[in-house]
Design a protein around this ligand. Structure first.
Ligand SMILES: NC(=O)c1ccc[n+]([C@@H]2O[C@H](COP(=O)([O-])OP(=O)(O)OC[C@H]3O[C@@H](n4cnc5c(N)ncnc54)[C@H](O)[C@@H]3O)[C@@H](O)[C@H]2O)c1
Length: 395
């Protein structure tokens, strides 16, 4: 162990789904990674004061507050982590940047491109402060390996990217959570799910999207029951109905600057699919395929092998022997990892950057996540105008 002389003191806003995922990541990272400075779970902030004490106790937060603004003024905090709904990311992130904090924010960067741009600009003005966006799937064992293999040229020139993020929880019985309201979410399955696979595609191909060639934006369920308890995923609906004004599914076609073509599909109504986040990349020398529900496995087709014996190889990405970025920090080979480990791996890389070291796998900052937001916006414009949209025209 390094001598743990100092810590990075963290404040977190939000105590629900991501509040738990992030609290776990900041707690676990010190146990599994040997870093120059450790994460200190300093302050948790959230609106619901009644639940806050138990949350702080359970996850090991020293202090708690129902006033997130107080985190910006707290001289003890180094990094503020934002796990709230998309409509408040900009206000909270900018306040923290102005308070001199490093900021880690959940994805999508914001609900709207205007908010995302304001956040990007605020980050740009503060050169000494770091920003991070939780595109956690970059750090699943198989995706991290795919990234390494692609940088080594294993599939050569990229022809096709086929990305899908399919869920099915958004049927007519699901109440009007914040995720179904434009004012709080910005968009529906699009900003929630396409955001992840756009980031994954840009990250793996290592190129920007140049053009959207066409898109479908579809809302199947226009009214939903108003939930009895605000914003709880399990909250059951009351009798009163409200308008769901976001998409349930968005599909679009795109091309990358280098010429590769891509398809993206996000939906909350893919009956039979629960969290099917997948990407396949077909190149001149080979192909790669990742499916989140089997997140420790990367499929690889080596096109340089003789046709007689060539075939899809199933790689268990848990071995540290070949230099996998994170495997050595976890368990023996094939003692598989789960959803939460992507967040822990990301927390480790954030700490590395704040200690002046390089992230093992590149971390998206506000500028990077703004590029993903431009792709999201271009697809919405393409669907609305029923025409191709060049990314150069969406800023
Ligand atoms: N990286 C991922 O895989 C992933 C997964 C789920 C959600 N997310 C993102 O994380 C963010 C939060 O999503 P979630 O699923 O945790 O939502 P959630 O509804 O489970 O929790 C949201 C939390 O934000 C708090 N909040 C909202 N507005 C607030 C305000 N004005 N002041 C203080 N607290 C406020 C709520 O009280 C709640 O604690 C969203 O941006 C979402 O897109 C990312």
């Amino acid at each position: 162990m390094h001598g743990m002389t100092s810590s990075i003191r963290i404040g977190l806003i939000g105590q629900k789904f991501m509040g738990r995922a992030h609290s776990n990541a900041w707690g676990q990272v010190n146990r599994f990674f040997d870093l120059p400075r450790h994460a200190e779970l300093h302050t948790i902030a959230a609106r619901n004061g009644a639940e806050l004490a138990a949350f702080a106790e359970r996850w090991g937060w020293k202090h708690r507050s129902t006033d997130w603004k107080s985190l910006a003024k707290d001289p003890d905090l180094d990094l503020v982590d934002i796990g709230t709904s998309n409509d408040v990311h900009a206000e909270q992130a900018i306040a923290m940047l102005e308070g001199g904090k490093h900021v880690a924010c959940e994805k999508p960067l914001a609900g709207t491109l205007d908010d995302a741009r304001t956040m990007r600009d605020a980050a740009k003005r503060r050169k000494k402060q770091h920003t991070f966006v939780w595109y956690n799937y970059r750090r699943c064992p198989a995706v991290a390996l795919a990234w390494q293999l692609m940088r080594e040229g294993c599939i050569g020139r990229v022809y096709h990217v086929r990305a899908q993020y399919l869920q099915s929880w958004g049927g007519p019985d699901t109440p009007l959570l914040w995720r179904f309201q434009k004012k709080s979410a910005g968009s529906g399955a699009h900003g929630d799910l396409n955001a992840h696979i756009i980031d994954m595609a840009r990250f793996l191909v290592d190129e920007e999207v140049a053009e959207i060639h066409g898109a479908i934006n579809k809302t199947f369920i226009a009214e939903r029951a108003i939930p009895t308890s605000d914003a709880s995923l399990s909250g059951s609906g009351g009798a009163k109905k409200g308008k769901s004004d976001v998409d349930d599914a968005v599909l679009f076609l795109a091309s990358f600057r280098g010429g590769a073509v891509a398809s993206f599909e996000a939906t909350r109504l893919a009956t039979g699919r629960q969290n099917a986040n997948s990407i396949e990349i077909n190149g001149e020398k080979g192909a790669l395929r990742f499916e989140f529900e089997n997140m420790n496995v990367l499929e690889y087709f080596d096109n340089t092998l003789p046709a007689r014996t060539a075939g899809w190889r199933r790689i268990m990405c848990t071995s540290s022997a070949g230099g996998h970025p994170y495997a050595a920090n976890w368990w023996p080979d094939a003692h598989v990892l789960g959803y939460e480990h992507g967040f822990v791996n990301m927390a480790a890389d954030i700490l590395r950057v704040l200690c002046g070291e390089k992230a093992l796998v590149p971390l998206p900052d506000f500028e990077d996540a703004y590029q993903t937001q431009r792709v999201l916006e271009a697809a919405l414009i393409s669907a609305k105008e029923r025409q191709a949209i060049k990314l150069a025209d969406v800023r």
